[in-house]
Every structure is written in structure tokens, then in C-alpha cells.
Design a binder for this molecule. Structure first.
Ligand code: UGA
Length: 435
């Protein structure tokens, strides 16, 4: 088992550090945020991720997992240093590498022995070479630095599960020694390992996310056509997915993709292509379709009511998908703004994302303590996230609580035949409306 350091304890870094310690490695996580490090030392994770807290506490107790703000202490014994800091967006959509560059400099200044530096952050092609250069420029000792691109493919809400059940681990390096050590470190996860060059590894990450985003925008366009020609997109997606070349996953029509990855990474890839004079036409369309799709429920409601002025809307679901409290790039941000601009009153509910939503949404949005309170006396409801709590909600309760139950379901949570059993007006995505 190896001594590892993980720099940056955001979502990727913390999950990586905890899981590496769980399989027996000795891990030190380094972060500049003292408050955060203090909390993590006592087993409190700064993010919500199922299963994370338990594994974190267990490995802190058994001495496998440590946290520090001190680079000297953190890097002292490290055989591999993982870079897992954030890559925010520049105004033009390209990736902002300021944290990556700072970490590379800090590694250079503090490392005193041969080491492998593996980048897990999503970084534009060529960044690992830049990391290498910055480290070399700042080194105080004559030591060997091997660079590895090791992108992550974890879904929020399933990050622990995915770490142990991923479809592949990608290791990009030109050094046989680094490939051997990285393979050994990852062996206990039992995930197939693919070794390639650094640039290809960096590109695999962007191309994968862009392709998944393309699948979503594709099925959302099919849904729009289905509505017009009287087909059912759920059945169409099912029938398509039976073809193993297409596959059944990522064909759920809805209100588009959100989150901290797809929106940011797809724009960054467009910019990367532009930098080499290539216009990435498909991906530009994917992004444009997604923007339109996020507004689809507002368009449907406007068509139904004429004006939304003075109408009371219940917005169910604020996180960009279920099982996370993350509201970054969630459609609720744009939808609530538009509803308020149209003069509607908005009450919102989410099982766990309300506190995060409060920091981003307009102060005019009111929040309910539960579904019942949020739906009370509203004119219509928007379902934005397919939380199990919403799917399991008894359909007769909509009629009990609302003036007249008019549901705009952005995630196709309910079976049309079930809805037909109740006095409900129901509009969903890519399926016939029930009026
Ligand atoms: C995504 C990828 O799935 C991960 O493989 C990747 O590692 C991660 O980004 C990343 O780059 O770090 P994540 O953002 O957690 O993971 O979320 P997903 O589960 O992929 O969902 C993204 C969005 O697409 C959500 O808003 C979801 O509602 C939407 N979606 C997903 C659909 O609208 N339809 C689908 O069929 C699937």
C-alpha cells in the first residue's frame, strides 16, 4: 500500500481521498481552507454524498486518512500527489486554471523527493504539460517528477458506488514507471484500467461528458417531435435503447442537463476546439438545445394560461438531479427567474437542497417545509427533479391540496395510465397531455 497526498478537498478530492484510504492506502488530504480542514478532521464532510461520512469517520479512526493545511507535512511521504482542485469557468466559457497553476507551484516549492503527480481535475488538453513545467520551474531539489492524467468519471450522488464500480480507469502517462505504480494503486477497485498518453486521457474526459450531453439533447429533441406527432418518448427511448450499439442509459427526456460538469465541460470543449480553428457544430447545437429545454415548462405553462401574472406556482425539486444538494447550473435557477419576471408567485421545495438554493435564487422565492405545504392553494406545479419522494407522492393529494391540479412534469415521474385515474391535468415531456 502507498503513501498518497490529495490536494483540494472538493467533491472529487474528498471522494478520491476517502476511497483510496478505504482500500488501504495511507492518504493525506491537503486544503487551504482551515475551517474546512478542522471539520473534516473530526469526520464532518463539507459536501453531501451518500456513504461518504461513514467511510471518512472509519478511516480517520483507523489512521489511514488525515487532513492538513500544511504542504510540507502533507507531501512529506507522498509517492503520488493527486491534484483535485476546481477548474471554474472564465467569462468566455474556457477553463480557468488559476487553482491548478497555484497548486503546481506549491508542489514545486515543497516536494523534496521523486514523485508522481496525477491530475484528476477536469483540465483542457495540454494542461498536464503546463503543470509539469510549473513544477519544474519551482523545484528546489533535483528530483524526478512523473506526470499522469487520471480523469474522474464519478456521478454526484453515486460517487462512492462509482469509484468501486466504474466502467474504466484512465491513466495517461508517457512513463512506464508511473503507469505501473498507478495501476497498482487502482488495482483494489477492480475497475478495468486503460493506459494511454496524457493528451488522449485529458480528451477522453471531455469527449465522454460531451457525448453524454449529446445523448440528452438528442432525446430531448426527439421528445419535442414526439409531442407534435403523437408518439411517446419514453417508449421511443426504450425501443432505441434495446439496440446495444445505442444502449438504454442517458435517454431520459426532461428539462435538460445541469450540474457542475456537463454545462461547463461542453462549453470548455467548444472553446478548446475553437483554439485549434475547429467549429464544434454538434456540441454547439447540444448546448443551444439544452438552454431551450430548460425553459420548456415555462413555455408550456404560458401556452396553457396565456399569462402567468399573479399565478401561484409550486416548484418541486431544486437540485440539478436527485440524491444531491447541489444546485449548480440547476434548471430551477433559470426557471424561477423567468416565472418571477412573468409575474408569477413561486413557492419551492426540495428534500435537501433548499439551503443551497437560497444562496442563488431570487429572494422572492418562498420555500415550503414539505410537499404538502408547498402545493397548498397553488395554480400549477412544476416538477424539476425526479426525487423518489415526488415519484412516490400519492396522486390524489395533488387534487386535495391545489386549487385545481395542473401538473407540468419536467422529469416524466408518473405513468400516464396512473395519472388518468385522477382528476388531474397533466403535461409532461414528449408524451400526450392529459386534460
Ligand atoms: C457527470 C457524468 O455522468 C460523470 O460521468 C462525470 O464524471 C461527471 O459529470 C463529472 O464530470 O464530474 P453528474 O454531473 O454527477 O455526472 O451528473 P449526471 O448523473 O451525469 O447528470 C447530469 C445531468 O443530466 C442531470 O441534470 C440529469 O438530470 C441530466 N440527465 C441525465 C438527463 O436529463 N437525462 C438523462 O438521461 C441523464
Amino acid at each position: 500500500m502507498r503513501n498518497l497526498a490529495v490536494i483540494g478537498t472538493g467533491y472529487v478530492g474528498l471522494v478520491t481521498g476517502v476511497c483510496l484510504s478505504e482500500v488501504g492506502h495511507h492518504v493525506v488530504c491537503i486544503d487551504v481552507d482551515e475551517e474546512k480542514v478542522k471539520k473534516m478532521k473530526s469526520g464532518i464532510p463539507p459536501i453531501f454524498e451518500p456513504g461518504l461520512e461513514e467511510l471518512m469517520i472509519k478511516n480517520i479512526k483507523n489512521g489511514q486518512l488525515h487532513f492538513t493545511t500544511d504542504y510540507t507535512e502533507g507531501l512529506k511521504n507522498a509517492e503520488v500527489i493527486y491534484i483535485t482542485v476546481g477548474t471554474p469557468q472564465n467569462i468566455d466559457g474556457s477553463a480557468d486554471l488559476k487553482y491548478i497553476k497555484q497548486v503546481a507551484k506549491d508542489i514545486g516549492l515543497h516536494v523534496t523527493h521523486d514523485v508522481i503527480v496525477a491530475t484528476k481535475s477536469t483540465v483542457p488538453v495540454g494542461t498536464n504539460e503546463l503543470v509539469h513545467k510549473i513544477i519544474q520551474e519551482n523545484l528546489k531539489e533535483n528530483v524526478q517528477i512523473d506526470i499522469v492524467s487520471n480523469p474522474e468519471f464519478l456521478r454526484e450522488g453515486f460517487a462512492i458506488y462509482d469509484t468501486f464500480n466504474n466502467d474504466r480507469t484512465v491513466i495517461g502517462t508517457s512513463q512506464d514507471h508511473a503507469a505501473k505504480i498507478m495501476t497498482e494503486i487502482n488495482q483494489p477497485f477492480n475497475v478495468p484500467i486503460f493506459i494511454t498518453d496524457i493528451r488522449s486521457a485529458e480528451m477522453i474526459k471531455y469527449a465522454s461528458n460531451a457525448f453524454l450531453a449529446t445523448k440528452i439533447s438528442f432525446i430531448n429533441e426527439i421528445a419535442l417531435i414526439c409531442e407534435k406527432i403523437g408518439a411517446n418518448v419514453d417508449d421511443v427511448a426504450y425501443g432505441m435503447g434495446q439496440d446495444s450499439r445505442i444502449g438504454p442509459k442517458f435517454l431520459d427526456a426532461g428539462i435538460g442537463y445541469g450540474g457542475s460538469c456537463f454545462p461547463k465541460d461542453s462549453i470548455a470543449l467548444v472553446k478548446m476546439a475553437e483554439n485549434v480553428n475547429h467549429s464544434f457544430k454538434i456540441l454547439n447545437s447540444v448546448i443551444e438545445i439544452n438552454k431551450k429545454q430548460q425553459m420548456i415548462l415555462v413555455e408550456k405553462a404560458k401556452e396553457r394560461f396565456g399569462s402567468l401574472k399573479g399565478k401561484k406556482c409550486a416548484m418541486l425539486g431544486l437540485s440539478f438531479k436527485p440524491n444531491t444538494d447541489d444546485v449548480r447550473e440547476s434548471a430551477c435557477i433559470y426557471i424561477s427567474k423567468r416565472l418571477i419576471d412573468e409575474g408569477a408567485e413561486v413557492s419551492a421545495y426540495d428534500p435537501i437542497a433548499i439551503e443551497n438554493a437560497k444562496k442563488i435564487l431570487d429572494s422572492k422565492v418562498k420555500y415550503g417545509a414539505n410537499m404538502e405545504e408547498t402545493l397548498q392553494d397553488t395554480d400549477f406545479v412544476f416538477i424539476l427533479t425526479d426525487w423518489k419522494e415526488f415519484i412516490d407522492f400519492p396522486l390524489d393529494k395533488f387534487s386535495d391540496l391545489m386549487k385545481f391540479p395542473i401538473i407540468f412534469d419536467g422529469r416524466n415521474c408518473y405513468n400516464l395510465e396512473d395519472v388518468k385515474q385522477y382528476p388531474i391535468e397533466y403535461h409532461s415531456i414528449g408524451r400526450a397531455s392529459i386534460i
